[in-house]
Design a protein around this ligand. Structure first.
Ligand SMILES: *Cc1c(COP(=O)(O)O)cnc(C)c1O
Length: 231
């Protein structure tokens, strides 16, 4: 490795912090999966993370992922890729072809179309239901009051492989309340996985039971200011 812009060191530091937070919560560090969010970052940065041992990545835009990932995946078939941003119907086929996990399932039409496309393509992706825990009008995700019915529909009507819940708390609120709420909703729905926590709050998320933390900036550095946040 020559120039990796500190990515290997960042990765080691983030993993160390995850492990420490897990142990402090009485959890085994391996129960927390680090999803490296590589949106806006070039292939070189992703390759540096792969070289440093990272295997799970996330992108928030189908089109950007299509520009970067087919080549990377061909060279590194062991890597898995999560979609953490909104999914439109017109990009659904391409998303099912490229990603392994969709973390942003949040409406019945999308769930139905995903099920149909998975059946047609023979690819069965893992799914997370995204929950709008802060009930923010501009944000994606099902409302907390609708989660139980929506999870049931995803499972029973559409036959999706629902593994857990995902949330992006409001930026100006204490995230722990949202993490606790998400954990409780997952528990009562018998869902084992929780995708929550980003660069600023992943240790808190681990304390509240996160099984997947989605970390971008702390691994790859900052992004341009007008970065379109998922949801
Ligand atoms: C960008 C993004 C992240 C990573 O955010 P950082 O603050 O850079 O760690 C996590 N989840 C989603 C859905 C994102 O869009």
């Amino acid at each position: 490795m020559t120039e990796d812009n500190g990515i290997a060191a960042n990765l080691a530091a983030v993993k160390g912090r995850i492990a420490e937070a897990a142990r402090a919560a009485g959890r085994a560090p391996e129960t927390v999966e680090l999803v490296a969010i590589s949106k806006t970052k070039p292939a070189e940065a992703i390759l540096a993370a792969i070289a440093a041992g990272q295997r799970v990545f996330g992108e928030n835009r189908v089109q950007e992922a299509e520009e970067k990932w087919p080549v990377l995946r061909a060279a590194h078939p062991e890597v898995s890729l999560h979609l953490v941003g909104p999914l439109q119907r017109n990009k659904l086929r391409r998303a099912v072809a490229l990603f392994d996990v969709i973390q942003s399932v949040d409406r019945e039409k999308l769930a139905a179309a995903l099920a149909e496309e998975m059946a047609a393509s023979g690819r069965r992706l893992g799914c997370f239901v995204q929950v709008n825990t802060g009930e923010e009008p501009q944000k994606a995700g099902v409302l907390p009051t609708e989660v139980d019915a929506f999870v049931a529909a995803c499972r029973n009507r559409f036959g999706l492989d629902v593994r857990g819940l995902m949330c992006i708390p409001p930026v100006d609120e204490e995230p722990s309340l949202h993490f606790a709420l998400l954990a409780e909703m997952a528990r009562r729905n018998g869902l084992a996985q929780l995708s929550m926590g980003m660069s600023d709050d992943f240790e808190v998320a681990v304390r509240f039971g996160a099984t997947h933390v989605r970390v971008g900036t702390a691994l790859f550095g900052g992004r341009p200011p007008l970065d379109p946040q998922a949801g």
